[in-house]
Design a protein around this ligand. Structure first.
Ligand code: FAD
Ligand code: NAP
Ligand code: HEM
Length: 484
């Protein structure tokens, strides 16, 4: 029979943590750097007895919790059955002299390669460690947890710890330690997955690349347009210096346009998907790749839209604080006195502003609900119907409110004559096209003839008369017929 990889008192038969052991299980750590120190602190705090192996224990002992024993590498690896290798890959070979003492033990590889190392080496760090110590069982774990996160505990930051190894017994033992330390183990399979696990901390918001570029592109476009229209044109044609508008006014015309167009781009792919389904008369054929990708990026596009809208609201509240605004008010008052006007009140303007501000606040409030429900902790507490009500129905309501806000803000300005030689339409008119198309198309699909057909298609009905996935169908048959 195999020697147990970790003391039986640590793990129950089902892999869960057993009762607090009378004698604390011993765990080894090779290396005395940042990660080793945080790991030792957390292990000691979780009831383990820790022995640290260093090349120079005298120098490093003071940096560890007093409960941890810091000694030479050779002494540290004798007793523990699980040893963490808290060193960089290039130093693994320096441990080869310990091969005999390490035989039969579990080595936990916590290392992260740099981006360059990841591209350079075909085999993962964990597989490399396993090749150096063929008599040991290597488990990849903890690499996604930062030293800071380890020290502070799972209250802050990531809780999940992906684990992989070729021996399930070793994986169970390390998983039990992960749980005992307050984290959540995630089984990633055999050690061959280590490369994928090591790539995880190298990712930088992969799903945000396209939405961020889209947002940036729209920002540059609208900013350039507003600059030409509101600053350059008055300067060239009338010699008016309006460059002061660049930091606040032009930005606050650009941001809402970006927010509004992005919001419409969240709901446009759903409309295109519905139109395709109606045309094809089935939901069982794949969408084109571009539409598929678009559908998958809606969350990021929506959150960017919310971010720009929130900035726009803050900028709007700052508009009256500007010195330029105060000068304009004083100048207006002086003009009024000179013209002998005592009471300036344009009823239509008053109502327009009251209404467009209120609609803007309502739109932002509704968007905030969408943003809040996109947090995983909140999303997990909602059932599918509730989530889809907030995201789909309230999201569409936010688009309608934003459109009304924009229209009441713009009012008749789109039809006013320009003071300048070239007519450049007000920016808000450029933004209205896509949202209006989305709203009209959604309205069209609500007509009973389209709505009924769409509902039937989404329940599995097909134009050619075959009904896929009826309740009576067994699972195997359903799988055969599906070509989604
Ligand atoms: C601030 C904010 C936060 C957001 N957060 C999230 C979020 O956390 N999660 C999220 O998913 N979205 C999020 N979104 C995006 C958006 O709200 C949702 O995607 C919303 O469900 C879209 O609604 P819809 O009615 O257009 O489309 P849906 O109701 O999703 O789809 C309409 C129809 O299109 C078809 N369809 C849609 N997608 C697919 C697909 N992939 N394959 C096949 N058919 C499909 C279906 O037939 C579906 O019935 C957020 C948006 C904003 C503004
Ligand atoms: N820091 C983090 O937040 C973090 C997060 C996840 C994963 N990791 C991984 O954890 C491992 C250690 O990271 P770290 O931040 O703790 O690094 P570090 O502070 O540089 O510590 C590395 C340790 O390796 C030991 N070592 C053994 N042989 C060595 C040699 N020949 N040359 C130099 N050092 C040698 C040293 O300890 P002795 O001098 O005592 O021998 C040294 O303290 C790395 O693989 C890293 O990718 C770190
Ligand atoms: C608290 C919420 C909001 C407030 C207080 C607010 C306020 C304003 C103000 C003051 C303006 C005029 C800006 C100017 O004079 O240059 C404006 C314009 C505009 N707003 Fe909002 N707004 C809010 C929310 C939103 C939201 C959620 C959207 C859309 C997602 C939006 C889209 C627009 C657009 C497109 C314009 C026209 C920009 C232009 O062409 O000049 N607003 N808003």
């Amino acid at each position: 029979m195999d020697k147990p990889l970790i003391g039986r008192h640590l793990v129950d038969s089902d892999g869960s943590l057993a009762e607090a052991p009378s004698e604390a299980p011993k765990v080894g750590i090779l290396g005395s750097g940042d990660f080793a120190r945080s790991l030792a602190t957390r292990l000691v705090g979780s009831g383990f007895s820790v022995v640290v192996g260093s090349r120079n224990p005298k120098r490093t002992a003071g940096l560890f919790p007093s409960a941890a024993q810091v000694t030479f590498q050779e002494e540290a690896v004798g007793a523990p059955e699980v040893i963490f290798v808290a060193m960089f890959r290039e130093h693994y070979s320096s441990l080869c002299g310990l091969g005999g003492q390490l035989a039969g033990k579990i080595l936990v590889d916590v290392s992260n390669p740099s981006e360059q190392e990841h591209l350079q080496h075909r085999e993962s760090n964990a597989e490399y460690l396993a090749s150096l110590f063929p008599t040991c069982t290597v488990v990849k774990a903890f690499n996604v947890i930062s030293a800071w996160n380890l020290q502070m505990g799972p209250r802050d930051g990531n809780k999940q710890v992906p684990i992989c190894s070729d021996k399930s017994k070793a994986k169970r033992a390390v998983s039990a330690m992960v749980r005992a330390m307050g984290f959540t183990p995630v089984d990633m399979g055999s050690l061959a997955s280590a490369r994928e696990v090591e790539a995880m901390p190298l990712r930088l918001l992969p799903g945000w690349k396209v939405p961020a570029l889209l947002g940036l592109g729209l920002f540059v476009f609208f900013y350039a347009y507003n600059f030409i229209r509101d600053v350059l044109q008055p300067y060239i044609q009338e010699g008016e210096n309006k460059f002061y508008k660049l930091p606040v006014s032009v930005v606050n015309t650009t941001l809402p346009c970006v927010a509004y167009v992005l919001l419409s781009l969240v709901y446009l792919p759903g409309v295109l998907a519905a139109a395709l389904q109606l045309r094809r008369g089935t939901k069982y054929s794949r969408f084109p790749d571009w539409l598929d990708h678009w559908l998958q990026h809606r969350k990021q596009i929506g959150l960017l839209s919310f971010f720009c809208a929130a900035l726009h609201a803050i900028y709007s509240f700052c508009l009256p604080l500007r010195r330029s605004h105060r000068y304009s008010l004083v100048n207006l008052a002086v003009k009024q006195v000179l013209a002998n006007k005592s009471h300036l009140w344009v009823e239509e303007e008053v109502w327009r502003m009251e209404i467009y501000l209120s609609l803007g606040v309502l739109a932002l409030g509704t968007l905030s609900l969408l943003a809040v429900t996109s947090l995983p902790s909140i999303a997990n507490s909602l059932n599918w119907r509730e989530f889809s009500f907030v995201q789909s129905t309230l999201g569409f309501v936010a688009l309608v409110l934003s459109t009304l806000h924009t229209l009441t803000y713009g009012w008749t300005r789109a039809f006013e004559e320009s003071r300048y030689k070239f007519y450049l339409p007000p920016t808000f008119t450029l933004t209205l096209l896509v949202p209006c198309v989305v709203i009209l198309a959604k309205g069209l699909f609500l007509l009973p003839c389209f709505h009924r057909r769409l509902a039937k298609i989404r329940r599995g009905w097909e134009k050619d008369g075959t009904v896929r996935f009826t309740l009576e169908m067994n699972h195997a048959l359903a799988q055969k017929t599906s070509h989604l």
